[in-house]
Design a protein around this ligand. Structure first.
Ligand SMILES: CC(C)(COP(=O)(O)OP(=O)(O)OC[C@H]1O[C@@H](n2cnc3c(N)ncnc32)[C@H](O)[C@@H]1OP(=O)(O)O)[C@@H](O)C(=O)NCCC(=O)NCCS
Length: 337
């Protein structure tokens, strides 16, 4: 039926195979969301395959005619959560319901077992207003349980500048400063940023997902910025600083792919628990949005994903003008070692 081929050398000998593999992800994105999809480009994915943060093992399902009809990967965190494995299983929309998905899933699950990964995670996505026609049935049939539901929202740019300025000049966050940086942060902030990333793994809603606290240090933060730059992305961080202690107490990040700057991606947003209630989430996001509008005029939309029970974050997004336009579900299956 299909041959499942390991892609070990996405840069050279298997470059075309890897491009076709990435093409399956893009075809699935177009099938679900039309031109508005968010699949990574082949070059971004190639760069991600070099990550020291999360090891990725990649397979292509190739039919007897030599066409890549399915794409799979096992993504394994390296610093923490070492029993976790994120499974990617996607079949080209023209080749579904012929057992390719099941064959790929069994292959990746077996690899996860060999790597000692027992908390298996997977994601499905669909646009607002339609049903997920395939992923939900497939995941449930293979023993995965829905562990978290996530809303995708988008903000059209340029956003209402008066609304943003009103947020930034409000006086309800006395004692705090908000600062933005493009493409990296001052050396002196790396340790504070590492602590924020650690807290990002403990201080946000995680549904039924079995996630461990993440381990972050200055080196990991540096490597993260290097990885983002190597992916061809520019990055804006907005930080909240507590004036009295000088500590970083919140951050939010937006990444802009330089090859396609039209859509930017809002990444982590966190205000430490002990500094919540001062409107810092809204101020940081407003500051990041202003910096984005000024520094990347080609960007016409920012996209973000938030847990459906994260009411404070959703309220911030709503206040800025984000509109809910997609859904994502995180699935989980815990297997015996
Ligand atoms: C989910 C997906 C991988 C399935 O690939 P596939 O090659 O069509 O899967 P299979 O042919 O092996 O189907 C296995 C079973 O999944 C279920 N299933 C798959 N698609 C379905 C659909 N559209 N409606 C209902 N059940 C479906 C059925 O139980 C099916 O068995 P059956 O055909 O005997 O009824 C594919 O639809 C896809 O790429 N979707 C988008 C990405 C995604 O959601 N990945 C899954 C992450 S868990």
């Amino acid at each position: 039926m299909v041959t499942i081929t390991l892609i070990k050398d996405p840069d050279h000998t298997q470059r075309q195979l890897f491009d076709d593999w990435a093409g399956v992800l893009a075809a699935d994105g177009r099938h679900q969301f039309g031109p508005d999809h968010t699949a990574h480009s082949a070059d971004e994915l190639r760069e991600m395959s070099h990550s020291t943060d999360r090891r990725r093992v990649t397979w292509a399902a190739v039919d007897p005619q030599g066409t890549v009809v399915g794409a799979a990967a096992l993504v394994m965190p390296q610093h923490d959560n070492r029993s976790q494995g994120l499974l990617i299983v996607i079949v080209h929309p023209d080749h579904r319901r012929r057992g390719v998905g099941t064959a790929l899933l069994e292959h990746v699950e077996s690899a996860a077992h060999d790597h000692g990964r027992t908390v298996l995670l997977a994601e499905t996505q669909w646009p607002v207003g339609v049903r997920d026609e395939s992923g939900e049935h497939f995941a449930a049939r293979h023993g995965y349980a829905g562990a978290q539901t996530v809303l995708r929202s988008s903000l059209s740019l340029p956003a209402d500048r008066r609304r943003l300025d009103a947020v930034l000049t409000a006086d309800d966050a006395d004692g705090y400063l908000v600062r933005t940086c493009w493409d990296g942060i001052p050396e002196a902030w790396l340790a504070g940023r590492a602590e924020l990333s650690r807290r990002m793994s403990t201080d946000i809603p995680t549904g039924d997902l079995q996630l461990e606290e993440e381990r972050w240090d200055v080196e990991r933060v540096r490597a993260d910025y290097e990885r983002i730059a190597a992916m061809g992305r520019r990055v804006i961080d907005a930080f909240a600083l507590h004036e009295e202690s000088g500590e970083l107490v919140g951050y939010t990040q937006v990444q802009v792919p330089q090859a396609h700057p039209e859509v930017a991606f809002q990444q982590d947003t966190l205000v430490l628990r002990e500094h919540r209630g001062h409107g810092l989430g809204l101020r940081m996001k407003a500051a990041g949005t202003v910096a984005l509008m000024e520094g990347s005029p080609a960007t016409t939309s920012v996209r973000t994903w938030n847990a459906d029970d994260n009411a404070p974050m959703l309220a911030v997004n709503h206040a800025l003008g984000f509109v809910h336009d997609g859904m994502m579900r995180e699935w989980q299956k815990v297997v015996a070692p």
